[in-house]
Design a protein around this ligand. Structure first.
Ligand code: DGJ
Length: 759
């Protein structure tokens, strides 16, 4: 039993072996949070956790002689206008202009498993035995509304999911002007907030700040989860490290504008809110209608940040990602974007694909430029018909040729967008999101189609489904290359414009639902100018995400390291590209580019025909290595070891769930003279098992010269594998001679450590 109810049926204790979440009904009928933290024993009453006192000039919310003061109460889902002056979780504008509401507890229900939130995507359960859901029913008599608060606890994951649903039963219409997915009041503010911020080409950079009085927010108002502020954020204790201490993680299963807000009061408490950003949101309800918020995901770790990441990784890998590709080995792909841009013809594509087939690549992906008049960024988006000047046999013909070579074929699409120079726009100029008689901002010369309108989704669906039905397509890269600026739907009434942003996101989910249902065998990878839409909503449809357009083997360490806090390696699209790198001009050795990309869904983003014979042999070896290790990498437990945000080095390891195999990566930015040895301390291994340890280092033969003293002995060690216990590797660490980086002949070098249990 995961959910206990007190004898008076007013206190609820959700508990698994990781955490307890306790709440109760206050004397005014509203819900109070008593505890969220490490699992504690069940008891008949937790009333001692309720804190009440004299609060100076505060107003008391319950009738006299009560001293219940909501200014200080830790509430479950607080509203505006109750003597609580913190930011509320929701606000309802009523016909008489009032925004005051008071939802009081009426009843509860505990159901096995987890209800669907469709059409919103949400975390799943494979069977009802995996967890339980508590549904609290609250009512506000003055508006004739019901509020349902959903809490789902998994038996075997340190994860709690939450959402809220508003129902207007009768009376007069109301407007929700704010409807966040959850609120959590914590009794102190001794936390640091970690956010994952950035921009195009430098997504999910780790920021850590101490909480302070006032509001600290992590948000997007771009109509997308965004590269600037990912919806995932963490509150950790100041003493928490990667390996120990308490940390709470928050995310939402949503791809649109979001707000994650942490407010600390002057009495030293903390309120966490997350959900749809209230700006540009309002939802009018008429009697009989309801509004369901997206799902919030709360993770708890008593085992440091790595423990928190593993909780999210396991949830995402097994209960967010779904469909046949959840458990299948991910294909090693080659994508032509960095090799050709939009400037290609069929002969060039086939040449790139042939070479890829030779080295063992499994999937060829044709990127942007294959359709309509798409020869540059100015035209073609919206016309999903092959450009037969480039591809005489269309997508059908090309895909058949690629399949005949023994490769699978994948295709790029950008369904939400349109260029003004397109047949679609010429036929339907009112189908873009834009306010009447106002300036229309373009982004990369493109405009956002109004997916809040079903007829628009239908039209795009029919074009794209036709291409897929006719051709042999195994993979789709779904791109989205601009944010929403003028969010206005020419298909909605003025009073419903506040719904447009959210309805647009529901339209995207609708198209994804239709395509994934009709083509269940296709692997989808989401993309948004690189990693600008890396979120749990997308991952419900597309098991992998193109992490960044920055493929530089050095900067990618940071991007993948930051991404790994909230998202598993099996979702991290990572490719080896050409040097000098297109985004940084940097020359990172081929071995390091691969050693970074292995810790994701591996592939290539270049024309292999331009590589030397020696490089091609290395590429063959890389492909073989990834095929042998992808199950471990995509299903194992990942541990961050050394942060690239803090120094010259990066380290991480992935350990099989059974702890029999592991693969660690160590990366050094700049070489230093006479740098001596370092101890690389691993994590996650079985301390009592002995492992065979083998180094994988790409030595540059130019440095096999006698002038490096002791080089012969050093090189000899590369061919010897050591046998060490897990405890030695984790606590004493693996001594690495830094000459191993010097003899690679440049900066930005790396090595891999393969571990296999031998007893
Ligand atoms: C942005 C993506 O991130 C790139 O990989 C590529 O697909 C381009 N769009 C194509 O326009």
């Amino acid at each position: 039993m995961l959910i206990s109810v007190s004898p008076n049926a007013e206190t609820f204790h959700l508990r698994n072996r990781f955490f307890s979440y306790i709440m109760t009904v206050m004397e005014n009928g509203q819900m109070e949070n008593l505890y969220f933290g490490k699992a504690v024993h069940e008891r008949p009453s937790f009333a001692y956790l309720h804190e009440e006192g004299l609060h100076g000039m505060s107003a008391f919310n319950a009738p006299e002689p009560s001293r219940l003061c909501l200014s200080f109460a830790r509430q479950e889902y607080p509203s505006y206008g109750t003597s609580d002056f913190r930011c509320p979780a929701f606000e309802i504008e009523q016909r008489n202009g009032s925004r005051i509401s008071a939802f009081k507890f009426r009843s509860y229900e505990i159901i096995p498993g987890k209800p669907s939130l469709a059409p919103l995507p949400a975390a799943t359960m494979e069977s009802d035995a995996e967890g339980e859901t508590l549904i609290l029913k609250l009512a506000d008599d003055a508006t004739d509304m019901t509020l349902y608060l959903f809490y789902t606890i998994y038996a075997d994951l340190p994860i709690l999911t939450r959402s809220a649903k508003f129902e207007l039963n009768g009376g007069t219409p109301v407007t929700l002007t704010r409807a966040l997915s959850m609120s959590l009041d914590l009794p102190d503010m001794a936390y640091e907030m970690m956010t994952f911020t950035g921009a195009w080409g430098r997504e999910r950079s780790v920021r850590t700040r101490k909480l302070d009085h006032g509001v600290q927010a992590n948000f997007s108002m771009r109509g997308s989860s965004s590269a600037e502020m990912n919806p995932f954020f963490i509150l950790k204790r100041p003493e928490t490290t990667e390996h120990q201490g308490e940390a709470l993680g928050f995310n939402i299963v949503y791809s649109g504008s979001h707000l994650g807000q942490v407010e600390c009061t002057s009495d030293g408490t903390t309120r966490v809110l997350t959900g749809i950003h209230p700006d540009n949101f309002s939802w009018r309800l008429t009697p009989g209608e309801s509004f369901q918020t997206p799902e919030a995901i709360l993770g708890y770790s008593g085992d440091g940040l790595n423990g928190l990441s593993r909780a999210f990784h396991d949830l995402i890998r097994t209960r967010i990602v779904r469909g046949v590709w959840r458990d299948r080995p991910r294909p090693i792909l080659i994508n032509n974007w960095e090799a050709t841009g939009m400037n290609f013809d069929e002969a060039l594509i086939l040449k790139i694909a042939e070479k890829a087939k030779d080295v063992g690549v499994e999937l060829f992906v044709l990127d942007d430029g294959w359709f309509g008049a798409r020869n540059d960024e100015h035209a073609g988006l919206g016309d999903w018909v092959a450009n037969t000047d480039k591809l005489p046999g269309g997508i059908k013909g090309l895909s058949e040729k690629i399949e005949a070579m023994g490769l699978k074929f994948g295709l790029w699409i950008e369904p939400e967008m349109v260029n003004k120079d397109s047949d679609l726009y010429r036929a339907h100029p009112d189908w873009i999101l834009s306010a009447p008689n106002r300036f229309q901002s373009h982004g990369r010369f493109q405009y956002v189609l109004d997916f809040s309108r079903k007829e628009v989704v239908d039209q795009v669906h029919s074009q794209i489904a036709k291409v897929i039905r006719e051709a042999k397509i195994s993979y789709i890269k779904w791109d989205s290359n601009r944010y929403i600026t003028e969010c206005y739907s020419n298909g909605s009434a003025p009073e419903d414009q506040g719904k447009t942003f959210h309805k647009h996101i529901l339209g995207i989910y609708d198209l994804y639902t239709r395509l994934t249902a009709e083509f269940p065998e296709i692997l989808f990878e989401s993309c948004s100018s690189g990693g600008a839409r890396y979120d749990l909503g997308m991952l419900c449809f597309a098991p992998q995400t193109w992490t960044s357009d920055n493929t530089d083997g050095y900067e990618r360490q940071r991007i993948q390291y930051g991404t790994s806090y909230g998202y598993p390696l099996s979702s991290i699209g990572a490719h080896v590209s050409a040097v000098p790198n297109h985004q940084t001009g940097r020359l990172v050795p081929l071995s390091t580019r691969a050693n970074v990309a292995y810790f994701g869904t591996f592939g290539y983003e270049l024309d292999l025909n331009r590589l030397s014979a020696d490089e091609i042999e290395k590429v063959k070896d890389q492909v073989k290595f990834m095929k042998a290790n992808r199950e471990l990498i995509h299903r194992g437990d990942f541990y961050r070891l050394i942060s690239p945000f803090e120094g010259n080095e990066t380290g991480w390891i992935v350990v099989g769930k059974d702890k029999k195999k592991a693969l660690a990566g160590f990366y050094q930015c700049l070489n230093n003279a006479n740098a001596g040895w370092l101890r690389f301390r691993l994590a996650g291994l079985d301390p009592n098992r002995k492992y065979r340890v083998a180094l994988r280092v790409d030595v540059d033969p130019r440095y096999l010269a006698p002038f490096i003293p002791g080089l012969d002995r050093l090189l000899a060690t590369l061919n010897q594998s050591a046998e060490l216990y897990g405890d030695e590797l984790m606590y004493a660490g693996l001594p690495l001679n830094r000459m191993l980086f010097v003899i690679q002949g440049c900066d930005f070098t790396s090595l891999l450590i393969e571990l296999e249990a031998i007893e």
